[in-house]
Design a protein around this ligand. Structure first.
Ligand SMILES: [Zn+2]
Length: 438
């Protein structure tokens, strides 16, 4: 327990965890999944939310509690960046077609020593908290980002990435690359709650790099350990081409990287259909990108129970056609949002990602967009039961406070997705992780 950062009565809410109550107020509080509250407040104790509602109803009777009023700002659940690669946050890639970009990325990071992955991951975690993100779906090829995320108490799933197109190598890849099932996360943070924050997952990379036997083995491991799973799927026209006849830019990429591809047999169908027919789609929790998909694919994804994570700015970076997000919504797919890595995205800001999605799908309401940025991602990562992605009594005290750009006195939720909106404060587990001050 902290010795408190302010006087006991009626002053600023505490910056460090406390068993005492704290009151956080803003002109607009948006719980996600229930209506916005003008003049709202969130009452927390330790790492949990005790109450959310209009200030008059939430403020405890009796002695005053530490209190922080953000004024003209919107308080929302901590944002969930459902797909990123934080260990690549320090990598600046030259813009190139995707297949060439992958070759450059692999050649560069092959030589990275562990400390470089660690510092790169740390950059990503810092940028995430600074962007209002409190929960991530992090893909790790090196295995090093989990050390940083655990230490910094970033909530989320670290998906260990496996790939290899030669079926004969599937078994040895799974044995080498997946962490041991009884691995326990250590935490260097203040609450001693690292294991509660961070969980393991498995990510077979993508159909153009990963054999079906490797998908099967990796997903079998995930099921056995009750770990969530994610895969990149139908990201680019090059992927569609490679699955059609084994040719195109990705064939060149495999040649340049001298990847073992013996035994790969192009299925001649869509990437989604390929995984569905092989019986592995039903074990995928999170399908990332899904840009090159149609109604038939959406039906398969829905039947498989997979959520879809869109990454509009990474898609724009590569110049790929973006998913029909409006069509997916109408088809009933559960959509969430990710920035992908800094190597293909201008920032790790989920709000900027949301602005790009809104431009692509103007029919979205601000409420639906907030759910895509929060509760949908939390559900896809398996954190819904703890109340991640929502502001709800009994749930985790994870939230972000965003100052809208200058304008009308009365703030609206839509303002946080507009250029010039600024993340002022990020709290997770009841602890301030990022703060610009008042
Ligand atoms: Zn990715």
């Amino acid at each position: 327990m902290s010795s408190a950062s302010g006087p006991e009565n009626g002053n600023r809410a505490e910056q460090t965890p406390s068993r005492r109550q704290n009151l956080w107020r803003a002109d607009l509080v948006c719980p996600a999944g229930s209506p916005p509250i003008r003049g709202g407040a969130v009452l927390t104790r330790g790492g949990r939310i005790e109450a959310v509602g209009p200030e008059a109803e939430v403020r405890p009777k009796g002695p005053p509690v530490p209190d922080r009023n953000f004024g003209r700002a919107v308080l929302v659940p901590g944002l969930v960046n459902t797909h990123t690669h934080l260990e690549l946050s320090g990598f600046e890639a030259a813009r190139a077609p995707m297949a060439e970009w992958i070759v450059a990325l692999v050649r560069e990071t092959r030589g990275w020593p562990p400390p470089l992955f660690l510092s790169s991951s740390r950059l990503g975690a810092i940028a995430s908290f600074g962007s209002g993100v409190t929960c991530v779906g992090d893909i790790s090829a090196s295995g090093h980002s989990r050390v940083i995320l655990s230490f910094m108490e970033m909530r989320g799933v670290v998906f260990s990435e496996v790939l290899g197109l030669a079926p004969a190598e599937a078994d040895s890849i799974v044995r080498q690359r997946l962490p041991s099932a009884d691995g326990v996360f250590e935490t260097g943070g203040e609450t001693g709650g690292g294991a509660e924050f961070l969980r393991d997952g498995v990510s077979p990379h993508a159909p153009y790099t990963t054999s079906i036997p490797l998908y099967r083995l990796a997903l079998e491991e995930a099921r056995g350990r009750t770990w969530p799973s994610a895969t990149h799927l139908a990201e680019s026209p090059e992927e569609v081409r490679f699955l059609k006849d084994g040719g195109g830019a990705f064939a060149e990429m495999h040649k340049a990287l001298e990847s073992a591809v013996n035994g790969f047999d192009p299925p001649g169908c869509s990437p989604v259909r390929y995984l569905a027919d092989a019986g592995v789609l039903e074990d995928i929790d999170l399908a990332v990108h899904c840009n090159q998909t149609d109604e038939e694919d959406w039906e398969l994804l829905t039947r498989a129970g997979a959520a879809v994570c869109l990454c509009p700015r990474s898609t724009a970076y590569f110049g790929h056609p973006f998913a029909d997000a409006a069509g997916m919504r109408r088809a009933g797919l559960r959509l969430c949002l990710g920035t992908d890595s800094r190597a293909s995205s201008p920032s790790l800001s989920l709000l900027d990602e949301a602005a790009a999605l809104w431009e692509a799908d103007p029919g979205l309401t601000a409420d639906a967009l907030l759910e895509i940025c929060t509760v949908n991602g939390a559900g896809a990562l398996g954190f819904a039961d703890e109340g991640v992605g929502r502001l709800t009594s009994g749930g985790v005290a994870d939230f972000a406070v965003i100052a809208p750009p200058p304008g009308a006195a009365e703030v609206a939720l839509a303002d946080i997705f507009r250029p010039g909106a600024i993340v002022r404060t990020t709290v997770s587990g009841g602890i301030v992780r990022f703060d610009r001050g008042d």
